[in-house]
Write a protein that binds this ligand. Structure first.
Ligand code: AMP
Length: 543
C-alpha cells in the first residue's frame, strides 16, 4: 500500500528559492578577483541565477548540456551552481590545478558547451586555446570594465546577465536528472567523472546540514576554503542556504594572513578546509596571539588532520570537526562532532576521538572487508578496505564503463580504496590509501599513523612516509621531511618520539629532507611523485 502524500521531485533550485524567501538575511560575501569585497543576499543570488539561465538559454544551452566552470570561491560561481542546474543543464566544475593535458581531456570527455572562468585564469585558457573544441563558448566572469585584454573571443558574464528578467520559469525536472559533474584526479590514468543528480545533491545537503548543524544555522557565517571547483566545496553551496547560514567566499588568496584578515573582518564563525590551509592559518593565529573574532569552529578533511593541529585549535577554544569523504560520495561521508557526553571526557580522550575521522552521515553506509571480501567486525581493531553505499554515492563513472566495472563489489558497494577500522561507537579511522600502506614482512604499517606523530616534532614543518622496496622485508618505510626553520631533526630523535606510540619494527629505516612536499591537484601530498623520486633510495641495513 502506498502512502497518500504529494511527491515533489527534489530539485537544487528549490534550495535557493527557499533561502531567498525564508532566510532573507543570509548573504554571500565574496573577495572578488576585481580586488574588492562584494555582498549579495540569497534573494539577489536567486534573481541573478534566473538572469544567468536566460543568458545561457540565449547561447543555446539546453537540458543536459554541460556548462563548465574554472573559478575560485565567489558569488558568480555560486550563481552558476544554481542557474545551470536549475535550468536542467549540468554544472561541470574544473579544478584549475590539474595539468593542461588533464583539463583538455575532461573538457572533451564532458563535451562542455560553455566554459565560464575567473579572469585570473585567462593565461591558462590562452595556453589551452588552440586545443580547445572550436565551438566552446568562453565567458569571462567579470564586468565589461575588467574584461581581460586577450586575443580570444570572450563573452562577458555581467553582459550575459544584463537586462535579463530576474525570474525564470524553472522547469520541473526528473529528480534523478544530472545536475553537476566533477572529475576525480586519480593518481593513475585519466580523471573519472562523478555525475551528481538533483536528488543525490539535495539529500546530501540535508545530511550535511543535520550533521554539521553546529556551524550551519541562521546567523552562522561559514568560510568555505574548500574549493567550489572540487567536490562541491563539501556540499556547502547547497547546505548553507538550506539552513540560512551565510557564505564568506575567499576568492584566490588562501594564505594564512589573508584568511585571518577576512575571517576577522567578516566575523566568520566556522571555516572548512584541508589540513594544509589550516597550517597557514594556525601560524598566523600564533603570530598574532589570538583567534579571528567570532571564530569557534573548524571543519577539516580531505586528508588526515594531524593530532597536533586538532590539539592546537581546541586549546585556543576552536571546536574541530574532522571529516572524511571523497568525490564519489558527493563528497562528505563522516563527521567528527562529539556528542554532549563525549564532550565531558578528559581533554586527551576528546582529542583521541577527534583524531578519528568520525561517524557516518545519515544516508551513508560503511563496511570494511578482508582481502577475500568478507565483512570485518566494527571493533576498532580489525582493518580492511572500506566500502560505502548510499544516496550520495556514485553508481558508476560518467561515460567510463571500464572504471565503473572495477569500482564496485558483487553487492554493489563502492570500493573507496581506503583502508580503515570502525570502532563500536561507529567512529571511522582511516589508516591509509590501500596503495600507500607499507607492507613489511607480511605486516602492514600505516603511513598516516607515522606522519601524524612526526608532524608534532618542533623541527618538522611537514612530512610524508612512503614505502621503499626492500630485499628482505618486501617494503620498508622512508620518512620524507620538510624541516622547520634552519635546524633538521635527527633520525634517533624522531625514532624516540615515534617509539612512544608505535612498535620498533614500524620505525622508518631512514629519513630524507626536501624543501617542500609535492602536492596533487586536490592539495594532498603526492605519494606517487615521492615514490618515483625516492623509490630506489638505498636504505641503511637495519636487519
Ligand atoms: P577526493 O576525492 O579528492 O576528495 O579524495 C578522497 C580521498 O581523500 C579519500 O578516499 C581519502 O583517501 C582521502 N581523505 C579524505 N578525507 C580524509 C581524512 N579526513 N583523513 C584521511 N584521508 C582522507
Amino acid at each position: 500500500m502506498h502512502g497518500m502524500m504529494m511527491t515533489q521531485p527534489l530539485s537544487i533550485i528549490e534550495i535557493l528559492r527557499y533561502a531567498a524567501g525564508a532566510h532573507p538575511g543570509g548573504e554571500i560575501v565574496s573577495v572578488r578577483t576585481e580586488g574588492d569585497i562584494h555582498r549579495e543576499t540569497y534573494a539577489e543570488a536567486f534573481g541573478r541565477a534566473a538572469q544567468l539561465a536566460h543568458g545561457l538559454e540565449g547561447l543555446g544551452v539546453g537540458e543536459g548540456d554541460r556548462v563548465a566552470t574554472l573559478a575560485w570561491n565567489g558569488y558568480r560561481h555560486f550563481e552558476l551552481y544554481y542557474g545551470v542546474s536549475g535550468m536542467g543543464a549540468v554544472c561541470h566544475t574544473i579544478n584549475p590545478r590539474l595539468s593542461a593535458e588533464q583539463m583538455l581531456y575532461i573538457i572533451r570527455h564532458a563535451d562542455d558547451r560553455v566554459l565560464c572562468f575567473d579572469v585570473t585564469f585567462t593565461p591558462l585558457i590562452e595556453g589551452l586555446a588552440e586545443h580547445l573544441p572550436e565551438d566552446l563558448v568562453l565567458v569571462a566572469m567579470t564586468d565589461r570594465a575588467h574584461m581581460p585584454d586577450s586575443k580570444l573571443e570572450l563573452l562577458c558574464y555581467e553582459e550575459l546577465l544584463e537586462g535579463q528578467p530576474d525570474t525564470y520559469d524553472w522547469p520541473e525536472l526528473d529528480e534523478e536528472a544530472a545536475a553537476a559533474l566533477c572529475y576525480t584526479s586519480g593518481t593513475t590514468g585519466n580523471p573519472k567523472g562523478a555525475l551528481y543528480s538533483h536528488r543525490s545533491t539535495v539529500l546530501h545537503a540535508f545530511s550535511v546540514a543535520v550533521a554539521l548543524s553546529k556551524s550551519l544555522k541562521e546567523g552562522g557565517r561559514v568560510l568555505p576554503v574548500v574549493p567550489l571547483f572540487h567536490v562541491n566545496a563539501w556540499g556547502l553551496p547547497y547546505a548553507a542556504p538550506l539552513t540560512g547560514a551565510s557564505l564568506i567566499m575567499p576568492g584566490p588568496k588562501l594564505d594564512g594572513p589573508s584568511l585571518f584578515e577576512l575571517m576577522d573582518g567578516e566575523k566568520v564563525t566556522s571555516a572548512w578546509g584541508v589540513p594544509t590551509v589550516w597550517l597557514g592559518l594556525r601560524a598566523e593565529i600564533d603570530a598574532r596571539g589570538r583567534n579571528p573574532e567570532g571564530f569557534g569552529h573548524v571543519v577539516v578533511g580531505g586528508s588526515a588532520a594531524p593530532r597536533s593541529m586538532i590539539e592546537g585549535f581546541e586549546k585556543s577554544g576552536v571546536d574541530v570537526c574532522h571529516a572524511w569523504g571523497m568525490t564519489e560520495m558527493s563528497p562528505v561521508g563522516t563527521h567528527g562532532l562529539l556528542s554532549e557526553p563525549m564532550r565531558e571526557l578528559p581533554f586527551d580522550a576528546q582529542i583521541d576521538l577527534k583524531s578519528k575521522q568520525g561517524r557516518r552521515l545519515f544516508g551513508v553506509e560503511l563496511k570494511i572487508v578482508d582481502e577475500g571480501g568478507q565483512p570485518l567486525p566494527h571493533d576498532g581493531r580489525a582493518a580492511g578496505e572500506l566500502f560505502v553505499r548510499g544516496n550520495g554515492v556514485i553508481s558508476g563513472y560518467f561515460n567510463n564503463a571500464e572504471a565503473s566495472a572495477a569500482a564496485f563489489d558483487d553487492e554493489g558497494w563502492f570500493g573507496t580504496g581506503d583502508v580503515a577500522s570502525i570502532d563500536d561507537k561507529g567512529f571511522l579511522v582511516i589508516q591509509d590509501r590501500t596503495k600507500d600502506l607499507i607492507k613489511s614482512g607480511g605486516e602492514w604499517i600505516s603511513s598516516i599513523d607515522l606522519e601524524n606523530i612526526v608532524i608534532a616534532h618542533p623541527k618538522v614543518a611537514s612530512c610524508a612516509v612512503i614505502a621503499v622496496p626492500h630485499p628482505k622485508w618486501d617494503e620498508r618505510p622512508l620518512l620524507v621531511v620538510v624541516p622547520e626553520g634552519g635546524e633538521k631533526p635527527t633520525l634517533p630523535e624522531v625514532h624516540e618520539m615515534l617509539l612512544e606510540h608505535v612498535a620498533r619494527w614500524q620505525l622508518p629505516d631512514d629519513m630524507v629532507f626536501v624543501e617542500e612536499l609535492p602536492l596533487t591537484a586536490t592539495g594532498k601530498v603526492s605519494k606517487l611523485t615521492l615514490r618515483d623520486r625516492f623509490g630506489d633510495h638505498a636504505l641503511p641495513d637495519v636487519g
